[in-house]
Design a protein around this ligand. Sequence first.
Ligand SMILES: Nc1ncnc2c1ncn2[C@@H]1O[C@H](COP(=O)(O)OP(=O)(O)O)[C@@H](O)[C@H]1O
Ligand SMILES: [Mg+2]
Length: 325
Amino acid sequence: MRRSFFSTLRVLQHDNPLGLPRSGTPPSFPRRRGLPEKRKIRDVNKVIAVSSAKGGVGKSTVAVNLALSLARRGIRTGILDTDIFGPSIPTLLNLSGEPRLDENNCLLPLTNYGLKSMSMGYLLPQAEATPDSFGNLPMDTTPISWRGLMVTKAMHQLLHSVSWGPLDVLVLDLPPGTGDVQLTINQEVVVDGAVIVTTPQDIALRDAVRGYGMFRKMDVPVLGMVRNMAYFACPNCGHETKIFSHNSSSSSSTHDENDWGVLAECRRHGIDFLGDIPLDARVCEDADRGMPTVVAEEGDDSSARRRAFLAIADKVAASVGLPVK
Ligand SMILES: Nc1ncnc2c1ncn2[C@@H]1O[C@H](COP(=O)(O)OP(=O)(O)O)[C@@H](O)[C@H]1O
Ligand SMILES: [Mg+2]
């Protein structure tokens, strides 16, 4: 019989779901000499990290649409939400609930739209809540405040104790920054490639380039950069406006895309440019209702949004040698 994750950790409260002792001497970990050895995630052929050092640029949106695009190309795909403090995958895939454990005490992923997923969001007990008069549940106010050691332990469990079954590719949705989670992943598992998401603004691009530096330092191949929210396509007249770009159509612009911006940085560092995703209310709405663009507009070949995600996925698949059917 399959057991559930929480039944094995019944006594645990929301702030300590991983079972670290609440009192007494702090847990001790065996001292390792040098860096931990990198190993492959069990049953997973390729690992692709979706990253940006900045929050809110659309990493999770791109990661989930990328994973769903790969799944739609017949590639066995999973997505691991490594954003421990702000897990988005449960919302994006409209999934919740307690993962089951298999006979080896490994977590069984939750699946929607043909995509397997695991997230810290499934592992944190949900607070009791009553729906409002419209049937909406109030947002959870439970904070996740962990120190580095617990973050590392949680990451370790998510990386090594999930029973993915055979997967051609696992997409990692990384949290913002270049901190504990990124370091743990890069030290513990072989990452076959990183996709860096940025928006056109200077302030996001600077961090994206910093993220590129981190992957270079860790010998992770950077597959390329995605420019999210690249332009706004007016749903009424179809006119495209580069809201965030200095290289707007305005003649007073002092910047030229040849020497400033995402394309210029890609050229400067030898990074492949994977493509543009438009800034589009539908992308956000569909994400919020748990049916990302690639699924919401399945079969609509005229959708520029959907085509943009699929084209990026095809480039990523080709660059790591995934079997597109
Ligand atoms: N291309 C886009 N057009 C419109 N909204 C977008 C787009 N990309 C992302 N968003 C919205 O922006 C917000 C932040 O995106 P998210 O993927 O959560 O970013 P991150 O993971 O980098 O923090 C979400 O509400 C998402 O729906
Ligand atoms: Mg995110």
